[in-house]
Structures are given as structure tokens and as C-alpha cells.
Design a protein around this ligand. Structure first.
Ligand SMILES: Cc1cc2nc3c(=O)[nH]c(=O)nc-3n(C[C@H](O)[C@H](O)[C@H](O)COP(=O)(O)O)c2cc1C
Ligand SMILES: [Fe+2]
Ligand SMILES: [Fe+2]
Length: 399
């Protein structure tokens, strides 16, 4: 446990979870994570910003003791999700006079998820402020980053944005600040893909609002802080833009090798046509890596055999997740192999309905891929080259 000064009277008092390996019972955490919580001491009043995951409650209390905090006036809850507010009931009990500062929606959620009585809450609206004496906290409502109740807290005098999950990264590290964006880029992009990507258009609006603040430090709820914030803001602008790369992500599963043969031939054809390819065998792949690769690829291709009249369950799961995270992918296709019949292609198409992507003609073959099938895959590669060129041309014209 550690109390770390960010600026005079502004401290990190969170917890690092070095060995957590799974989040939301779904997302692999190869690098662990941190639950960042903050302490702001004004000349007259003291505020806590967020708490930590309940598994780290003890460390959080130790940090409060270490920081010499005897009384707290406000506990700011940017987000009701338990990785940040799970220790709120304990903090509320520890500081019975503290008001719990929340958005209106968050008041509902902390009541239903954490049994915080609504009368403990001070509801704030967009751009409301609270004075701590020489420091002013301003609240910026940021719904759907990534929950409906989310707000960000901006410390005006010090130009620090406590950005909640926005700009976060699942990385356990002793580095308080990011030194070089290249060190954290992969983790931050992965976090964006897993958590933020479904809300791309909301984030675009929020980024526009944030540019009006003179932010000098971004203090997210996971991973290291950014000073200056420009590199992560630039990365986010890139990820949320409509621009896609000349890249095909192929996610596939194969029980007996036919689909795999198709994938390999197809990937070779794409590479020979100067299209970047990323291949993920679903039997051994990390779903977070797949999500990350989908952030800016122009095309996704799902390869699956037919199993019990539909897609292999791993392919169905990957399609379901892709549909949830809604990458900006412009084209999609299904390839694979079957034995006697089923509804694989139609089922997968239906599962990708929320993707704003044009479905290309499938290549779906009976048994082992023959020469005709391999030629069809080459034709699909030609189509993709043409389609990618068309969108590159149209985006140049639009620009
Ligand atoms: C457990 C299992 C269930 C299957 N169910 C179907 C099915 O419902 N319909 C079908 O056309 N083929 C079915 N097949 C056959 C496979 O789709 C076929 O063998 C295909 O070529 C396998 O492709 P792969 O080599 O990429 O695994 C099934 C195969 C297995 C092993
Ligand atoms: Fe969250
Ligand atoms: Fe979080």
C-alpha cells in the first residue's frame, strides 16, 4: 500500500491488483489492474474521489490512515461500478458526516447496488461545483462512459481531470505517470476496445466538451496517469474516428482442419495483395486481443465449421462479443466448412446485426476446400482490396 503525491494536497490512495487475471468474469487481464482512488485536501474541506474494489478495502483504509485523514467532507462517486465504489459502504461508515457526491442516476445505483441510503447523497448536475476552500471540484456528466451514471471530476485550480474509466488501462504498475505513450499504448487501446468502444459516439461528444477545459493531468480510475494529457487524447481521437486501416482480422475455429486450410489460403491471398492480416484461432486466443485488433481494422472475417447445424460455439461467442463491442469495421464475411447442412452463415449474419458493416458473399464449402473454393477465397481477397480502396478514396474525398 502507498500514498503518492500527484501535486501538493492531491494524492493517489488506490490499490494495485498485481495478480488479478479476469475482469467482469469475461475479460482477461494479462497485466493485472489498479483501482485508482484519490484524496484532495482543500484549505477548508477534504474530498475523496472514488474508492477501490472491495477485495482491496483493507489497503484503502490503510492508505487513509497513512494519509492522516480523520474527517472527510465529500466522497465523490464518479461511477457506481463495484471496482471503484465497492468500498464506498465502508468509507461512508468510516466518515459518517461525509456527503456522497453523485449524479442523479448514480444515487439510484449506489442505493440498489451498494445499499447507500439516498439521504447520504448530494446530487450534482453537469458543471456544478463544490468548493474545498482553495480548490474547486467541477462535475462533468459523461453518461455511457461506460455506464449511464458516469461523471468526471475536474479540479479547476490544478487542472486535473479525474476521468473515471475513460482513458484507463488495465495495467498493474508502480509508475504513477505514463512516461512515454508507447509504453502504455497497447494496454490503453485494449482497454478502449473492451470497455469504451461500444460508446464511440458518446465519447466523441465528451472529448469535444473536454477540449474546453485546460486539462494538464488526466487521472483515470485504472492504470497510470497522464501528464501532459495530449498523447492519450490524440490516441482516443484516432480510435473513435471513422478512419479504418487496410487490415483484415480473421477469427476462426476449426475442428479438423478444413476451415483452417481456408483461413491460411485466404490470409496468404490477402498478404500477396498488400492487405494486413491478423489471425486469431479462437481455441487459443485472448478475446481482449481480438477486441483490440478490431478497433481500426476495415474488415472482419469469421471462419467456422458447422457444428450441430450452426456456427461452432466459439465462433458464435466471438460474433456475439463483436456485435456487443461494435467496432467501426466496414466489411464482414463468413468462411468455413460443413458436412451435411445447417444455418451457419445466416445465423452469424444475424448475430452481427448491430455492426454497421456490409456483409460480403460467404465462401462456405462442403468438406475439404477444393481448388474452386480456394479460387473463391482469392476472389474474396480481390473484393476486399477493391472495397478497401473505395473507402480510402471516399474518405479522401470527404476530407
Ligand atoms: C461435433 C460435430 C458436429 C457437427 N455438426 C454438423 C452439422 O450440424 N451440420 C453440418 O453440416 N456439419 C456438421 N459437422 C461436420 C463439420 O461441419 C465438417 O466436418 C466440417 O468440414 C469441419 O470443418 P473443420 O475441419 O474446419 O472443423 C459436425 C462435426 C462435428 C465434429
Ligand atoms: Fe466501469
Ligand atoms: Fe473500472
Amino acid at each position: 500500500m502507498a500514498v503518492r503525491e500527484i501535486l501538493p494536497d492531491i494524492y493517489w490512495i488506490g490499490a494495485i491488483d498485481w495478480d488479478r487475471r479476469l475482469f467482469d468474469a469475461l475479460i482477461p487481464l494479462p497485466e493485472g489492474t489498479s483501482y485508482n482512488a484519490y484524496l484532495v485536501k482543500g484549505s477548508e474541506k477534504t474530498a475523496l474521489i472514488d474508492t477501490v474494489d472491495p477485495s482491496k478495502e483493507f489497503e484503502y483504509v490503510c492508505n487513509l490512515v497513512k494519509a492522516g485523514i480523520e474527517s472527510v467532507d465529500y466522497i465523490i462517486v464518479n461511477h457506481a461500478e463495484q471496482d471503484h465504489s465497492g468500498s464506498l459502504p465502508m468509507a461512508a461508515e468510516l466518515f459518517p458526516r461525509a456527503q456522497i457526491v453523485v449524479s442523479e442516476k448514480c444515487r439510484d445505483l449506489v442505493q440498489s447496488l451498494l445499499e447507500i441510503p439516498p439521504e447520504r447523497c448530494l446530487v450534482v448536475k453537469d458543471r456544478d461545483t463544490i468548493s474545498l476552500g482553495n480548490k474547486t471540484l467541477e462535475f462533468i456528466m459523461a453518461p455511457w462512459v461506460h455506464w449511464p451514471e458516469t461523471m468526471l471530476t475536474y479540479l479547476q485550480e490544478d487542472h486535473v481531470l479525474f476521468s473515471c474509466d475513460l482513458f484507463g488501462s488495465h495495467r498493474a504498475t508502480s509508475d504513477l505517470f505514463v512516461d512515454d505513450i508507447r509504453e502504455i499504448y497497447h494496454s490503453a487501446k485494449r482497454y478502449y476496445a473492451e470497455i469504451m468502444m461500444p460508446f464511440r459516439s458518446n465519447i466523441r461528444d465528451h472529448l469535444a466538451i473536454l477540449t474546453s477545459c485546460d486539462i494538464r493531468i488526466i487521472a483515470p480510475s485504472h492504470g497510470p496517469l497522464y501528464q501532459p494529457p495530449d498523447p492519450i487524447l490524440a490516441a482516443y481521437r484516432d480510435w473513435i474516428s471513422d478512419e479504418v486501416k487496410n487490415e483484415v482480422v480473421i477469427i476462426y475455429v476449426s475442428m479438423h482442419g478444413s476451415t483452417e486450410k481456408m483461413v491460411n489460403h485466404f490470409a496468404g491471398a490477402l498478404m500477396e495483395r498488400n492487405v494486413s492480416v491478423r489471425i486469431f484461432n479462437l481455441a487459443v486466443s485472448d478475446i481482449g486481443e481480438i477486441a483490440m485488433s478490431l478497433v481500426d481494422a476495415a474488415t472482419i472475417v469469421i471462419g467456422t465449421p458447422t457444428m450441430l447445424f450452426g456456427p461452432h460455439p466459439l465462433a458464435a461467442n466471438a460474433a456475439y462479443i463483436t456485435n456487443l463491442i461494435r467496432p467501426k469495421t466496414k466489411f464482414a464475411a463468413v468462411i468455413g466448412s460443413y458436412g451435411w447442412g445447417g444455418n451457419t452463415v445466416e445465423t452469424l449474419k444475424g448475430m452481427l446485426s448491430r455492426l454497421n458493416a456490409e456483409m460480403l458473399d460467404p465462401v462456405y464449402v462442403k468438406g475439404i476446400p477444393d481448388q474452386a473454393c480456394l479460387r473463391e477465397l482469392e476472389t474474396m481477397a480481390d473484393t476486399i482490396v477493391r472495397k478497401h480502396r473505395e473507402i480510402a478514396v471516399s474518405s479522401q474525398q470527404a476530407g
